[in-house]
Design a protein around this ligand. Sequence first.
Ligand code: NAD
Length: 315
Amino acid sequence: MSNKLNAAIIGAGNIGAFYDNPSSRNILTHAHAYTNHPGFKLVGFVDNDIKKAEQAAKIWGGSSAKTISELRKNIKIDVVSICAPDEEHYKILKETAKTDILGGIIEKPLTDSLEDSRKIIGSEFFKSRKFLVNYTRRFVPEFHDLKKMIAGGKYGKFLTGNGVYGKGFLHNGSHLIDLLRYFFGEIKNKKMISEIYDFSRKDPTVSAVLKLRNGKEILLNAIDSRHFTIFELDLFFEKARIRIINNGFEMREYFLSDDATFKGYKNVSLGKTTKTSMGKALYYAVDNLYDAIIRGGNLICDIKDGYEAQKICAK
Ligand SMILES: NC(=O)c1ccc[n+]([C@@H]2O[C@H](COP(=O)([O-])OP(=O)(O)OC[C@H]3O[C@@H](n4cnc5c(N)ncnc54)[C@H](O)[C@@H]3O)[C@@H](O)[C@H]2O)c1
């Protein structure tokens, strides 16, 4: 294919390069996603720890450099993935805005400060480019189908729900916020219940009640991530219950049934278990980026979505 886009990865860490390898079944790194997609050529890694960039390039191919400008000296870069820690995103985004790059993928959260994120979404450079934010679950086809079924009324009206997560409201809870925005639209307001400092002094893990546009409420439960990692969402509708479990790798649908013991009562019983394509979410994300740049398609999670999720997390 002649019109391949040259991709570079900024931040050669876990999600950039090391969560998987070229023979892994799942696609858990940006490096694996670009090397698997026919529309991209992975041209290199940038990391201020040059050894990590070199190690990543040895596994996935391409060059290594300490800065974007160093990598760009000899190689044309069309898109970047920003996979450095949260607090580095803004600095890297500003560097990116000095280039002629067409777009890329920004790991969530957009930045670690609402004020900085506001500058990014207001910038002419980012408005005129195709940058998506990797709120992973949006890119999974089964969750896209679920959104359509909710909107189409298959499960009846939404009643209530709850989500559990740990490791920071912005760092991780924003995944839940984004998924709820994706399914139900804007979150009208929130009431904080309590907070745990299990990850960062700047980003507590918050238990809260969120109110949706339709007036219904969802409880977010903070779980201390020093004990274990969890990410689940449980949604209750008039005619069904939907559980998203195992970090989104599995979804269970429960439908109305008559209670076998107590005559006249109704239950919700497990109807269908789906193993989702969560293990390929990053492939679908780079595919969305390609479609947006080459064919003018819509970004599934753009920088405004990243900003809106962050706004809800901000105190
Ligand atoms: N979407 C998801 O589900 C998901 C999952 C994991 C991580 N993330 C996000 O990805 C980002 C990276 O997380 P990780 O776990 O891979 O981190 P990591 O610590 O494993 O890797 C980060 C890398 O960035 C490098 N780095 C630091 N500052 C840099 C800079 N200014 N320029 C270039 N490189 C720099 C570090 O040396 C390190 O190699 C975070 O923002 C995190 O929130 C998202």
